[in-house]
Design a binder for this molecule. Structure first.
Ligand code: ADP
Length: 297
């Protein structure tokens, strides 16, 4: 499904301008929304899932304004909010069964078959009879995604799904999402963790303080940082100077002092090697560096 966001603004009643004239467009596959805490990601997601109204601007799904077609949209939507809690003592399968009823799956036999299929998909079939609120943090997140998937949604919105997960669970979660993205669905994933955005995201946007600072492919973001990431070998005296003048992104102690990576518009005054940037370098370059200069695509 095609999603178009046009001139979107959100000003909270207390005057917080959380989204500033956001324009974005994307289709099926995975779309990553990246930015630090407070950037406006959750606000944008809550508007997309029609839990909140924008102050101005529109979101169109296949050309239809979501505010005017809420019911229709909700039928094709799955949402995993940032704060997803189980307040009930239901068993894992019962919780999902209940979510299925809410999603409109009326036939009990079919619904239970779907519950078990989804539990299997997210690796929770073995704990189907455990109380949902007794699952581990990672398992709860996976049950959360299963809940978002029941009813076969065409648009899946997941808000910061990997926060607080250990590395194993994070990889597992990412794999579930990337498998889903092969099924002609649109997945919108928000995160403040750069590593969550990978080549599985066809498109991505970078938000900062309510502003859209980049939209395009992850590869394109990385291209912006080409020629701006340098590796230097420094003694303590040089290292202290570099720390003052440049944006240091990694420091490793070596026999002769320090091996340091920096992002900089121009080659530094110290002997250095230009290195191939990765997405984390690109993120730092964009957020810390480019923001202070002009941003051109
Ligand atoms: P993110 O999800 O990127 O962390 P949010 O969308 O939660 O960002 O918040 C964006 C901005 O809006 C922040 O400055 C936040 O403090 C503010 N904000 C969020 N919710 C509210 C609210 N209900 N009332 C007032 N300000 C809010």
């Amino acid at each position: 499904m095609k999603i178009e966001i046009q001139g979107l603004n959100k000003i909270y009643p207390n005057g917080n301008h959380a989204l500033k004239d956001i324009n974005l467009e994307f289709g099926t596959g995975m779309f990553g929304l990246l930015g630090p805490n407070g950037a406006g990601k959750s606000t944008l997601m809550r508007i997309i899932v029609t839990l909140m109204k924008p102050s101005s601007g529109v979101v169109l799904v296949d050309g239809k304004d979501i505010q005017k077609h809420r019911k229709e949209l909700r039928r094709v939507l799955g949402y995993l909010p940032q704060e997803f809690r189980f307040f009930t003592a239901l068993k894992t399968w019962e919780f999902l069964d209940y979510s299925g009823s809410l999603a409109g799956l009326k036939n009990k036999k079919e619904r239970i078959a779907e519950v078990d299929r989804l539990l299997d998909q997210v690796g929770l079939l073995e704990v189907r009879d455990r109380q949902a609120n007794r699952l581990s943090g990672g398992m709860k997140r996976r049950l959360g995604i299963a809940q978002a998937l029941i009813g076969n949604p065409r648009i899946i919105v997941v808000d910061e799904p990997t926060t607080g997960l250990d590395p194993d669970e994070r990889i597992r979660f990412r794999n579930i999402l990337s498998q889903l993205s092969q099924h002609d669905v649109t997945i919108i994933l928000s995160t403040h963790i750069v590593g969550d955005i990978s080549s599985t995201c066809q498109g991505m946007a970078l938000l900062n303080k309510g502003e859209l600072v980049f939209s395009g492919s992850p590869e394109n973001l990385v291209k912006h940082a080409e020629g701006h990431v340098f590796k230097l070998n420094l003694n303590q005296y040089e290292y202290d100077m570099v720390k003052e003048r440049y944006n240091v992104i990694s420091t490793i102690p070596v026999e002769t002092g320090w091996e340091v990576q920096i992002v900089s518009d121009d080659a530094p005054e110290f002997s250095s090697t230009c290195i191939i940037p990765n997405i984390e370098h690109a993120y730092v370059y964009y957020m810390e560096h480019k923001l202070h200069t002009d941003i051109t695509d």
